[in-house]
Design a protein around this ligand. Structure first.
Ligand code: MSP
Length: 502
């Protein structure tokens, strides 16, 4: 019985969570809620990436020690996720002592397996990306293509990972979809990257980065922040199960965590594809893991932009979840206002595409989809059932069951493809279908003509369908689904789940 293991990236502790971070955490929450209802349950992991130059620089600019800085910030992230009802099972912080010991244990194992070696080298390093860059990757003016920063020149003796030894195997695993990368364009991008000769062995330790985990066999160096970070996916499981790992072999360790390991779904942004699709499986292979012990799927999201431009502090166009939630709070309360945003990020674009977010656009979607389609259909059906005093009636068990199975199969299939955008579109279309049928059937005329049996037949069908859709909406909008249930049960007319006056 292995749980469905879903992860978010762990977030750099150098600022407050914005919409991009909210997006990946919300997607993971939707998957976790869906799989928690399946037989084996789910394990949802998120957390914070607290080491490296970028975090140390930020702490220093505020005149704080890195540890105090990350302690305060990580707490505020965790509090926000809690307030937003994101139901993670474990929150990993990489400055946690056990995580540090675990990262050291891993480095030791890589050394024992001869997967790393010592070498003097000169290279360019972009702190924004916490990554080495090659000359050919630089933009005009010698800037990092993603971060607009001039890379540092580094000349050090470090420990190097033999990526060259694992590249072919990683390529084969990706080609055969043993590690599935979705969408396909990102799979192709990874395969192209793997063909590039520039992608060779790389340094996994650093000499002049103090804010990091000490290398156990080279105490003048710290572990490269990306190794420390990627292994959160394993250390978190080990820590959550309280496993005494130090004396275990890697295979013994994997046995101990086999009710959760391996990751079924890594949700990541397209900017961190190389680390997850190439470095991460290569490290795991170097530790001796076999094909069945590697991550199953990497789901790569696009970016949220604002008014067509990448969100950035310097442009001042960063959108924070609270900015949107506040706009809807007086209408539907905090929890459900959050679900307006949750619905928006899920329904605005297919996973993998970029999306634009402005407050106007969220309001438009609220009006068009939530108020007019969802709210209206619920109010109309319940209102009529009440008016004609037919609220107590339901479809017979057999028919209800038939509908439920059909709808569940379609939704299960979308989840199988990790396509929650289509789940949302499907449910909206189903509600629109009821709305169309109401217009066609004209229940008010059936009532006038005293065709009560026929009227009751339709109303019971619509009510039953709404009950089934409510169950499914629970994954996307849990609190709203509660309101839907209450509305169906309520013996009142005129109630609305999504009031219109914004
Ligand atoms: N710490 C690394 C991840 C280590 S995972 C082992 C990191 N952190 S991050 O905070 O910079 O970014 C975390 C995630 O947020 C990434 O997947 C990134 O793509 C995502 N987003 C950051 N800005 C975003 C948008 N504007 N839109 C959508 N997602 C974005 O990278």
């Amino acid at each position: 019985m292995k749980k469905f293991f879903v992860t978010t990236p762990i977030y750099y502790m150098n600022g407050e969570p914005h919409l991009g971070h909210y997006y990946s955490t919300t997607l993971a929450d939707v998957f976790a809620r869906y799989y928690s209802k399946t037989e084996n349950g789910s394990f949802f992991l998120t957390g914070t990436d607290e080491h490296g130059q970028k975090v140390a620089d930020k702490a220093q600019s505020l005149g704080k020690s890195p540890q105090i800085f990350v302690d305060e910030l990580a707490l505020s992230w965790q509090n926000l996720w809690d307030k937003l009802g994101l139901k993670y099972d474990f929150f990993i912080r990489t400055s946690n002592t056990k995580h540090k010991l675990f990262a050291q244990y891993i480095l030791q194992k890589l050394k024992e397996n001869y997967a790393i070696y010592e070498k003097k080298y000169d290279a360019l390093y972009c702190v924004g990306a916490e990554s080495f860059v090659t000359k050919s990757e630089l933009r005009e003016g010698g800037l990092c293509p993603d971060h607009d920063e001039e890379p540092q020149i580094i000349s050090e003796t470090n420990w190097f990972f033999k990526l060259s030894e694992y590249k072919l195997k990683v390529k084969e695993l990706i080609e055969k979809d043993i590690i599935k990368i979705q969408p396909k364009s990102r799979k192709n991008e990874t395969l192209e990257l793997l063909m590039n000769d520039d992608l060779g062995d790389f340094s996994v330790t650093r000499q002049n980065v103090e804010w990091g985990i000490l290398v156990p066999f080279a105490p003048d160096q710290t572990i490269y922040v990306w190794i420390d970070a990627l292994f959160n996916y394993m250390s978190a499981v080990v820590i959550s199960k309280n496993i005494d790992f130090e004396k275990l072999s890697i295979q013994e360790l994997i046995q101990e965590i086999s009710d959760i390991w391996t990751p079924d779904l890594h949700i990541i942004g397209k900017d961190i594809l190389k680390f997850h699709a190439i470095y991460w499986p290569a490290f795991l292979l170097a530790l001796g893991l076999d094909e069945n012990q590697l991550p199953k799927k990497i789901l790569v999201t696009g970016m949220f932009v604002s008014e067509g431009r990448k969100m950035s502090k310097s442009l001042g166009n960063t959108i924070f979840p609270q900015d949107v939630i506040t706009e809807f709070e007086s209408l539907v309360g905090f929890e459900r206002a959050n679900e307006v945003l949750r619905f928006f990020v899920i329904s605005e674009m297919k996973i993998g595409n970029d999306g634009d977010i402005t407050l106007e656009r969220v309001k438009e979607i609220y009006e068009k989809e939530l108020a007019n389609k969802v709210g209206n259909t619920f109010s109309r059906v319940v209102g009529m059932a009440k008016k004609y005093d037919m609220l107590g009636e339901r479809l017979n068990q057999e028919n209800y069951h038939k509908f439920e199975i059909e709808i569940s199969q379609i939704i299960d299939n979308y989840f199988e493809q990790s396509d929650i955008y289509s789940v949302s579109k499907f449910l909206l279309e189903k509600l629109a279908e009821i709305a169309r049928e109401i217009e066609e059937i004209k229940p008010w005329e059936l009532y006038k003509e005293n065709k009560l049996e026929e009227l009751e037949k339709y109303l019971s069908k619509w009510l039953s369908l709404l009950e089934i859709y409510t169950e499914k909406f629970e994954i996307i909008m849990p609190n709203t689904a509660e309101s839907m249930k209450k509305l169906i049960k309520a013996k009142e007319e005129g109630l609305s789940i999504f009031p219109k006056n914004i």
